[in-house]
Design a protein around this ligand. Structure first.
Ligand SMILES: [Zn+2]
Length: 177
């Protein structure tokens, strides 16, 4: 078992054998994949990991040596953290720090709990808005809310990407239907 003391909170991007990004795992898990020849390191992070017999650079991106078939997830789960991440932790109405989730068309009036009807909001705007619609208050959203799209969202969720992963996580990828 390698003695691994990576940077706190660091992770490694795992690519399928086809270079398709799959997920993010701990650096420790990525190192074990490399040491057991289940993956090869394709981009190094910072530092060296030492085990009893080996020293290897901290892996930042690893590629599986064998193709794995994974169920293709096209929808990003609707969670509080994911909504905040999509909206940049800013209130959709006043751009202040967001603390709450607001249903644009109020739930009390049949509004859905869906990506297209939720925004991050500060407590004050949320309270002021109550069970009214933005139109009834003369408020405007900067853009209609939509579900996050693209491979980076599927792989990362609310996580911030490591700049070293940029080559494999094309943020401009068009939506896969
Ligand atoms: Zn606000």
């Amino acid at each position: 078992m390698p003695d691994i003391r990576p940077t706190v909170g660091s992770g490694a991007l795992v690519l399928n054998a086809t270079y398709e990004p799959l997920c993010v795992v701990s650096v420790r898990r990525a190192a074990i994949l490399v040491l057991s020849a289940k993956a090869v390191c394709v981009a190094d992070g910072e530092g060296i990991l030492h085990s009893a017999r080996n020293a290897l650079p901290v892996p930042s991106v690893v590629r599986l040596t064998r193709f794995v078939r994974v169920p293709y997830r096209t929808h990003v789960g609707l969670s509080r953290r994911a909504i905040f991440a999509r909206d940049g932790w800013r209130c959709a109405y006043c751009r202040g720090p967001a603390e709450t989730i607001d249903h644009v068309f109020p739930r009390s009036r049949g509004g859905r709990h869906a990506w297209e009807n939720v925004v991050a909001a500060c407590a004050r705007c949320n309270h002021t808005k109550g069970d009214k619609t933005p139109a009834e208050l003369g408020w405007r959203l900067p853009a209609p809310p939509t579900a996050p799209k693209g491979i980076a969202w599927r792989v990362l969720g609310h996580r911030a990407p490591d700049p070293r992963w940029a080559d494999w996580l094309d943020l401009r990828e068009p939506e896969a239907a």
